[in-house]
Design a protein around this ligand. Structure first.
Ligand SMILES: [Zn+2]
Length: 260
């Protein structure tokens, strides 16, 4: 209905409408499976910046740690782009972000974290990508994970995208035969798996809050907490929390899938 005095918007020509309809051929995405547990095994999680390890897979890392899995986190960049107003002394800021990451992971029960210290926001050459992929392959060879977490392919932030490329190259080069799952931070995905994280959500939020240097700029706890709540929509009737993942390689363990 159009209010009196307002002019109706002109409708597009019939030919435009036809073009829109015929151009769109959407396929129905499969329903994601629901896991209330995570697969047992050795775990290696790659994070682009200090805080993504919490923001993305923080809940599932806490679940892995709680069931006794050997969890290692690799943080690729030094996070020094996370202070755009220059509130911190440049020399001390990378160390602060490392401490925040260590403290956040401690709250998730994870004590094994490595920092590559790559410059934040750096545009990588092909040689840089090759060197970084070799470094990631070395991490795979050393830790021998059964499950790998990495940013999903369209997470969108340039550093997240670069790390997706680096880790997938390393997985291919290493002939990785385990399960690799992409996690979401910057862009929400169409998931293959929803993991219920209700029991560990408070831990994840507490871990997010250790990243005060970042919360001071953006309320990541609010945004990512909202994303976890949203992930309860499909299977959990909007109650509790979840984290979403896309399969990058390997088979999803059928025994974990719950009938919903
Ligand atoms: Zn990030």
């Amino acid at each position: 209905m159009t209010e009196a005095g307002e002019r109706a918007l002109p409708l597009p020509a019939a030919s435009d409408q036809d073009a829109g309809v015929t151009a769109a051929k959407p396929s129905l995405p499969p329903l994601p499976v629901l896991w209330r547990r995570v697969p047992a095994g050795r775990v290696l999680a790659f994070a682009p910046h200090p805080d993504d390890e919490v923001a993305g897979p923080g809940g599932v890392l806490a679940m892995h740690a709680a069931q006794g899995d050997a969890v290692r986190v690799v943080v690729a960049t030094d996070g020094t782009s996370g202070d755009p107003d220059g509130r911190h002394a440049p020399g001390a800021f990378a160390a602060l972000r490392r401490r925040e990451s260590q403290e956040g992971l401690r709250l998730l029960g994870v004590h094994d974290v490595r920092f590559w210290g790559f410059p934040d926001g750096h545009v990588l050459s092909e040689t840089d990508l090759q060197n970084a992929a070799a470094l990631a392959a070395r991490e795979l060879a050393e830790h021998r994970p059964d499950v790998v977490y990495l940013p999903w392919e369209h997470d969108g932030h340039p550093d997240h995208h670069r790390l997706h490329v680096i880790v997938t190259r390393a997985l291919a080069a290493a002939g990785f035969r385990g399960l690799a799952l992409g996690y979401e931070v910057w862009n929400a995905m169409v998931p293959d798996v929803i993991v219920e994280t209700t029991a560990v959500f408070a831990q994840k939020q507490a871990a997010m809050l250790t990243h005060q240097s970042q919360i001071a700029y953006t309320q990541y706890d609010h945004c990512l907490g909202g994303l976890s709540a949203y992930r309860s929509l499909v299977h959990l009737r909007g109650r509790g929390y979840g984290e979403a993942f896309r399969r990058v390689s390997g088979a999803l363990p059928a025994a974990l899938a719950e009938a919903t």
